[in-house]
Design a protein. Sequence first.
Length: 474
Amino acid sequence: MINYTEKIPNNVDLGRDRVLQRALEHWQPAYLSWWYDMGPNESHNFEVYLRTAISVEPDGWAQFDYIKMPEYRWGIFLQPRDEKRQVNFGIHKGQPAWQDVPGEYRSILRRIIVTQGDTEPASVEQQKMLGLSCPSLYDLRNIFQVNVEEGRHLWAMVYLLHRYFGRDGREEAESLLARRSGDTDNPRILGAFNEPTPDWLAFYMFTFFTDRDGKFQLCALAESGFDPLARTCRFMLTEEAHHMFVGESGVSRIIQRTCEVMKENKVDAPSDVRALGVIDLQTIQRYLNFHYSVTLDLYGSDVSSNAANYYTSGLKGRFRETKLEDDHTLRDAMYPVSEVVGDKINTKQVPALTALNERLRDDYIEEIQAGVDRWQRVIDEAGIPFRLTLPHKGFHREIGNFAGHFISTTGEILTEEQWRSHEFEWLPSPKDYSYVQSLMSGRVAELGKFANWIAPPVKGVNGKPLDFQYVRFN
Ligand code: BYC
């Protein structure tokens, strides 16, 4: 059970370690000040119907109630320890899982934790303004839920930094509050987290595509031989599931609404669709292309000695590592990666150990494809002859073997000039962004009402009706 009587709710017996408790209590006001500054705009007085974790058990861990976001009980929740757990891969396979940081891995482990931690506040910063243009109270409540939980994920990483990395860890924890998404001087660490999230279509795409990178990275870290990291990530994953649901269902509801309007009015040209105040499927495809390609970059280089080191040292595993049936050291295994040679994309076999980023990216793509297929069904059921597709893996990439090449959505290698002449057929143009934003000029806040460009969800939150007061503005 989680102890809520303390200043920092936790299930790690924080009260027993006074030094650590004081360090975190010192960080807490800095965190709150960051939240006031960079959290959802003009929302501090709202009462939001939010879920809060009350136990770490898979069933019934959450409690729903109205809460002002700055008073949300951010805390430290780790999945219970399994005394028999071992390091399950790499050169230390078979040793008892580490309860402390092995000295030789201190700096790379800290780096992984900092990179993970950095994404959490970044996403809150990216979404800061969206509450002002929400399509309904239901959606407003959902984005706030996502935001407070990303804040909690930052707490999760900061706990590890404070608890296991001494002074360096405390300094890193401060830097996590100092970097800013999109800042030229002090940006967030990974590319996608410096891109703007300017509208709600972008938000749903982000939570579908980029939060799912979060899922896959957390799954890989949940296999870590460093047990506190594994246990932290396992609990974070239960929260992550809701974020991906918000994204997938959000895009799906936009598609549904567009299809309804297209059918009712017997139109299909994008300009006619737009004239009816909904988002044309072509624009949705361009947003998809953007968020997919930017998120693929988050997996790092196709061939990476960093990734090999993380694995060999037992720090970061593969997706579902313990369910895979092989030697879990990858001594002789090979894995295919793509590379651009002249005007062709070739596949070559490389040592699987060095291709772990690529493998995780491939696992991710498989799950993404299934989600896109579900969106497609909405279009098919409406009887509209339009296909949503994932662009080629090499399209619009800035990290890895495809970086620096100009590859079309269908995988042709083009010159820069050729590519630029198609750029806005493939990616959202400034005009697309301004059209989408023109639909979202204000907040839809009447009970049970939804903006014209999105269908209502199938059901409300926690059994509540759609016309429930999910947010009280005070
Ligand atoms: N942008 O060997 P390489 C989430 C750097 S999302 C900028 O290719 P490695 C969430 C790299 O740092 C999940 N730089 O990469 C979602 C390295 O720099 P140095 C976040 C990049 O280390 C939504 C160089 O390029 N979690 O939770 O194998 C909302 C070459 O490195 C990028 C994690 O990512 C990039 N995209 O892999 C909220 C897990 N990619 O050494 C939250 C922790 C690479 O030359 N992170 N570089 O200075 C990792 O495991 C690894 O850092 C990465 C990169 C997989 C990201």
